[in-house]
Design a protein around this ligand. Structure first.
Ligand code: GLN
Length: 451
């Protein structure tokens, strides 16, 4: 098969299946086919990803192709540059065919806050795909593309991977450049891969990782070969299981499925102990203050002057800002801008932002303590399996609480991956594997042995 045939077949298949899945906001057949033809002509297939089609979450800048972050305020916005992670894939010969649906500005856990469309779960089209990277996850699980990139600020790669039964990795903070990723919360955001297998995931992370002069928070650490520990062997691996990850609010059937997965790792020779991460229950509150505060600042740039959508019939500059932002942002984005602006205000800063920052430190210390004696921490990725479209979206507090198992990993900057652990009522359950900073290799080792 030539790259051109593969890309054409991929585009045809997306056309045929996306009526139901609604995974993509935009496809770019012309530039994708052009890249495929150039690759076929050059005959350079030395990289494992050369000629392989992929999807990108629509918050990663792609030159000349609409990048909307699923918001009305960026409708028709075409960046003049491409995100570093995407550039690296391009250089490896991988071919992006489209921009995947997501929650508006990555705020949400079901992809239902998108201005454009409602993506469905690949296993059951009446269920949500999870979020915020729901389009990327559904596209991979639904067989539209072999891999996709997502971003994870509080669970947005791992939770949709869990809901769709695939592999999703949030690397260590700093592992992948955030340049060209539309910032939600800069101290938490990371780009990472969705794939159907652990090995594919490691191959993609090999390609997108590394220091970038244009992102001062990207790590200067050497990037190991993330496939090097994929031996299937976990003998002697020390696994910690936090008791808080099986507590109140976790669906009993999810717990049972995840415990069975952990027993399988134990049968393969790993040692498994119960541990405590005592500050887990404060993570959600701390996260929603820190994330909203950073987002309220990051989203100031969308003013109707520089990018995308601009309101009509405005009287003056102030009116232009107010009207554009009122009409351009959806409810969830507005809710968070208000919460964040409030948390950072002079009267509230000490009681909210500062307290949240202190909780963040306690959560980091919880993890550090466990990692003195253990190699990885495992538990469920999400408290439930995928729920019905429209079922939760009117209850933001319930949606926020559902992020309890993924948020601490972002607050501590750790790598975390979700792999499929089994099924409940024909819906996938995710096993979350959390590693030490920059130790994605051991996370992959664990997932590979289990898979
Ligand atoms: N569901 C979480 C939120 O709504 C996580 C989002 C994300 O990781 N981008 O903030």
């Amino acid at each position: 098969t030539t790259a051109t045939e593969l890309v054409q077949a991929t585009l045809d298949n997306i056309k045929a299946t996306d009526d139901q899945l609604n995974a993509f906001i935009t496809t770019n057949p012309e530039s994708a086919l052009e890249a495929a033809k150039a690759l076929d002509k050059a005959g350079q297939f030395d990289n494992a990803l050369a000629g392989i089609p992929l999807g990108l979450k629509d918050n990663m800048a792609t030159k000349g192709i609409q990048t909307s972050a699923a918001s009305r305020i960026l409708k028709d916005f075409k960046p003049v540059y491409t995100a570093t992670a995407v550039d690296k894939l391009n250089a490896a010969g991988a071919i992006s065919v489209g921009k995947a649906n997501m929650d508006e500005f990555a705020m949400g856990g079901s992809t239902e806050t998108s201005y454009y469309k409602t993506t469905t779960n690949a296993w059951d089209h009446t269920k949500v795909p999870g979020g915020s990277s729901g389009g990327s996850a559904a596209a991979v699980a639904g067989g539209q593309v072999p891999f996709a990139l997502g971003s994870d600020t509080g669970g947005s790669i791992r939770q949709p991977a869990a809901f769709n039964g695939i592999v999703g990795m949030k690397p260590t903070y700093g592992r992948v450049s955030r340049w060209g990723l539309f910032a939600m919360a800069s101290s938490l955001d990371q780009i990472g891969p969705f794939t159907r297998t652990v090995k594919d995931n490691a191959l993609v992370l090999n390609t997108i990782s590394g220091h970038d002069q244009r992102d001062s928070t990207s790590a200067t650490r050497e990037v190991p070969d993330f496939t090097s520990k994929l031996t299937g062997d976990v003998k002697g691996l020390r696994i910690a299981v936090p008791k808080e990850y099986f507590g109140e609010g976790i669906d009993e059937r999810v717990s049972v499925t995840v415990r069975a997965a952990i027993a399988q790792l134990e049968a393969l020779g790993a040692t498994v102990d119960e541990v405590s991460l005592p500050h887990t229950k404060y993570g959600v509150a701390a996260y929603y203050i820190i994330m909203s505060s950073e987002a309220s600042s990051n989203l100031q740039r969308y003013d109707g002057v520089k990018y995308g959508f601009r309101a009509d019939d405005v009287k003056n500059l102030e009116d232009l800002y107010v009207k554009t932002r009122s009409e351009g942002f959806g409810d969830e984005v507005k809710r968070r801008i208000m919460l964040g602006t409030f948390s950072l205000s002079a009267g509230a800063y000490d009681a909210f932002f500062k307290k949240a920052a202190k909780i963040r430190t306690l959560i980091i210390e919880d993890f550090n303590k466990v990692f003195e004696d253990y190699d990885v921490i495992v538990g469920p990725t999400a408290p439930t399996v995928a729920y019905g479209i429209g079922e939760e979206i009117d209850d933001p507090t319930a949606m926020y609480l559902a992020d309890v198992l993924t948020i601490p990993v972002n607050l501590a900057g750790l790598p975390g991956m979700s792999v499929n652990a089994g099924f409940v009522d024909n819906l996938p359950v995710g096993l979350q594997i959390i590693g030490k900073p920059f130790d994605e290799s051991t996370v992959y080792q664990t997932g590979y042995a289990f898979e």
